[in-house]
Design a binder for this molecule. Structure first.
Ligand code: ZN
Length: 256
């Protein structure tokens, strides 16, 4: 059971949310670990096990493309069957209710959309799709990954000969999708309230976004397992799981 002090905090946040029609939900890997998806930056995660294939190497070299596909295909099963959790579902509910403008996420797993969020800005792209680097064609990732696992061959683009297919995520050395960051900046500047959840808030430029809301006079609520560099400027910091915290805030919202 939450303490009285915690309960007051939930009620306070619910009240801010109720008054808002432009809140932003900003999420990092921590919300997805609650769906059983490993944080691939963590020790033992994919990024620590394999060598990094940088974007320019991917573009130049067929062997690098094969290595990239091998790593990505192994990681694919980690999230392909993971369901959205309470955190994703409550975020979608608040958007539907008109309190939240949308979600800005560092995640590539597509779980916010699966939970019902309509306005999602994916700063690092999506692993649910494959993109042709040469003609821009898009494909479903599940089918292409199966093809790779069955044939051990990087699938060819079906729209252009020799087109280089890659997960529609942002690789090391690849720039963020144009327009997405600009839109996220606009949302964060115009938000009266921002939730920063499950992000260590150290990777830039993502970590700068919650600060924009504060600079423009909005409120910042941080929900994260560990302390972050922005805790000092936050209006409320909650070091607890995201799903149960959002559920508790939502209960307050419903009972108010
Ligand atoms: Zn193509």
């Amino acid at each position: 059971m939450p303490s009285d002090a915690q309960q007051k905090q939930y009620a306070l946040i619910a009240n801010w949310l109720k008054q808002s029609n432009s809140a932003v939900i900003f999420t990092g890997a921590g919300i997805s670990t609650e769906s059983g998806i490993p944080d691939f930056r963590s020790p033992g995660g994919i990024w620590s096990k394999y060598r990094t294939v940088y974007f320019d190497e991917f573009m130049r070299n067929a062997a690098a493309r094969h290595e990239y596909w091998r790593q990505k295909s192994e990681g694919h099963t980690d999230f392909a069957n993971a369901p959205p959790n309470a955190g994703h579902l409550v975020a979608a509910k608040w958007e539907e209710a008109g309190h939240v403008r949308g979600v800005v996420t560092q995640n590539i797993d597509g779980l916010h959309q699966m939970a019902g969020s309509k306005h999602v800005l994916e700063l690092h792209g999506t692993a649910r799709e494959i993109a042709c680097m040469d003609c821009g064609a898009r494909y479903n990732a599940d089918e292409m990954v199966s093809e790779f696992l069955n044939t051990d061959t990087v699938p060819p683009c079906q729209k252009c000969p020799g087109g280089r297919l890659k997960h529609a995520t942002v690789s090391f050395g690849q720039s963020l999708p144009t327009g997405v960051l600009e839109e996220a900046i606009r949302w964060c500047q115009q938000a009266s309230l921002i939730f920063a959840m499950g992000s260590s808030l150290v990777v830039h430029p993502a970590a700068d976004l919650p600060q924009l809301t504060k600079q423009m006079g909005g409120r910042l609520v941080i929900i994260n397992r560990d302390p972050t560099p922005l805790d000092g400027m936050a209006d409320v910091v909650i070091n607890a799981p995201i799903g149960e915290t959002l559920q508790a805030i939502d209960d307050e919202l419903e009972s108010a």
